[in-house]
Design a protein around this ligand. Structure first.
Ligand code: ZN
Length: 332
């Protein structure tokens, strides 16, 4: 079966020395993946975006962009004249892959898009994110026939936007792992405890790396998926949990991303008829964004781990106690 991807690098969406920049994708080498199918990405339409966002947000974003380059929040999130169209194409690229997987035209896929989306709440663009790419994809799968879908977010930051977009929809599951206490300051252990395991937050201590994520996948992500029984997995794939990322302090490696991706692909095979889509979120060191995306694509395509020298020099904390807490709080 086919693996598809869309590539929406949005070179026109850039701002001075901002870390969320087109150069994040400069080291991608997709030519190494024989058989990977490139899908065209068209701008999403208003009806699709409004499955999550009210028309008022689109109007506000359009107005901000019309005013020219500027900062719209303290993250800081920026817009330019071109950012509204870039955001619509990012959603459109995500939906092209979503539909190919949903309809069985492809086994799985990877939407390599900018700007990212997981901090964008229904009424508010924030955290370098303009529109909620992943949440819109999840809502689209439900609108087009699925009964349950789950988003799994391994970006180093809490997926507050996706969580807010899916909060009131019992058909949508959500898991987010993130470094405890950093931007945006949400995603606490008990934050969604009343959801009965449908919305799971896994705040992790600084330095959590390959072993910790392996334990998290077995101890929390696998039981979360087994309990919620989604029919498709949508992965918010941020690569800023890498040990060399300049914005945060978790400690994954290229090999760790491969293992995690492979585990998610296996869970999709076990519970979702193989339906899984990765969507790019953050990641601010271009070499590691490329290595992370290559690792994800290799896992999706059933290929061995791409060879890359990448060892974290730091010792990991023991997170067994935290994993036990997450399981207990969420009934997993
Ligand atoms: Zn992030």
């Amino acid at each position: 079966m086919t693996t598809v991807y869309t590539y929406v690098p949005s070179p026109e969406h850039r701002f001075q020395n901002h870390p969320e920049r087109p150069g994040r994708l400069d080291q991608l080498r997709l030519g190494q993946f024989n058989g990977l199918v490139d899908l065209p990405a068209e701008a999403a339409n208003v009806e699709e975006v409004c499955r999550v966002h009210p028309p008022a947000l689109l109007e506000q974003l359009q107005n901000w962009c019309a005013e020219g380059p500027g900062i719209i929040d303290h993250a800081p999130t920026y817009v330019t004249n071109e950012s509204f169209n870039a955001a619509l194409r990012g959603v459109g690229g995500t939906l092209a892959c979503t539909r190919a997987v949903l309809r069985g035209e492809a086994q799985n896929g990877f939407a390599i898009v900018r700007p990212p989306g997981h901090h964008a709440e229904p009424n508010r663009s924030m955290g370098f994110c303009l529109l909620a790419n992943t949440a819109i994809a999840a809502k689209t799968t439900l609108a087009e026939g699925l009964e349950r879908v789950a988003v799994i977010d391994f970006d180093v930051h809490h997926g507050n936007g996706t969580q807010a977009c899916l909060l009131d929809d019992p058909r949508a599951g959500f898991f987010s792992s993130h470094q405890e206490g950093i931007y945006p300051g949400s995603g606490w252990l008990h934050e969604t405890a009343d959801s009965g395991g449908r919305l799971v937050n896994a705040p992790l201590p600084e330095g959590t790396g390959v072993q910790g994520f392996a334990r998290l996948a077995e101890g929390v992500i696998a039981p979360f998926v087994a309990k919620f029984r989604p029919q498709m997995l949508i992965i918010s794939a941020g690569y800023d949990a890498h040990w060399r990322d300049p914005l945060a302090s978790l400690a994954l490696t290229a090999g760790g991303y491969y293992q995690l991706s492979q585990r998610l692909v296996n869970l999709a095979e076990e519970f979702c008829d193989g339906k899984i889509l990765f969507v790019l979120e953050g990641g601010y060191d271009p070499a590691n964004v490329a290595n992370g995306i290559h690792a994800g694509l290799a896992a999706l395509m059933g290929l061995p781990q791409p060879e890359v020298a990448d060892t974290c020099p730091y010792a990991e904390p023991d997170i067994e106690h935290r994993i036990a807490e997450i399981k207990q709080v969420n009934g997993l």
